[in-house]
Design a protein around this ligand. Structure first.
Ligand SMILES: [Zn+2]
Ligand SMILES: [Zn+2]
Length: 136
């Protein structure tokens, strides 16, 4: 008896998935996807699509920690905090431009100045840079 029930269940879910897929295929495109917007990663300052940023961010943070741990003590930084921008459009939508600007600023704070020439670099880049940077 239980076996049959299970089989039935499987069939039912399969049918539902099929329906969903068909709806997506002929589908109404949500207005947000018409104009693709990019979001700035607050860690690395690179731009990502609104869906890929949520995948990228945790990976980027992990990478940030790995790199930070490898740095000499004086170059290590406290973990950056994700900038939070409250909705300013009044329509409950994120003000992506403001959010991106805050994220960009946060990513720039990650840069460390070269103690020889004063230019700023990501810490791992700085180590590479300082191999060839000579005081004037
Ligand atoms: Zn990133
Ligand atoms: Zn330098």
């Amino acid at each position: 008896m239980r076996k049959i029930e299970k089989k039935m269940e499987g069939k039912v879910t399969f049918k539902i998935i099929e329906k969903e897929e068909r709806r997506a295929a002929c589908g109404a495109v949500p207005p947000a996807t018409i104009r693709p917007r990019t979001v700035v990663c607050y860690l690395c300052g690179r731009e990502y699509g609104t869906t890929s940023i949520s995948i990228h961010e945790p990976q980027c943070l992990k990478k940030w920690h790995i790199e930070n741990d490898k740095l000499p003590k004086q170059l290590r930084r406290p973990e950056p905090r994700k900038p939070e921008v409250r909705s300013t459009t009044g329509k409950g939508a994120y003000d992506i431009d403001a959010l991106n600007e805050a994220a960009w600023r946060s990513s720039q704070e990650q840069l460390v100045p070269c103690n020889i020439c004063g230019r700023t670099f990501l810490p791992d880049r700085l180590i590479v840079h300082q191999r060839s940077c000579k005081p004037k």
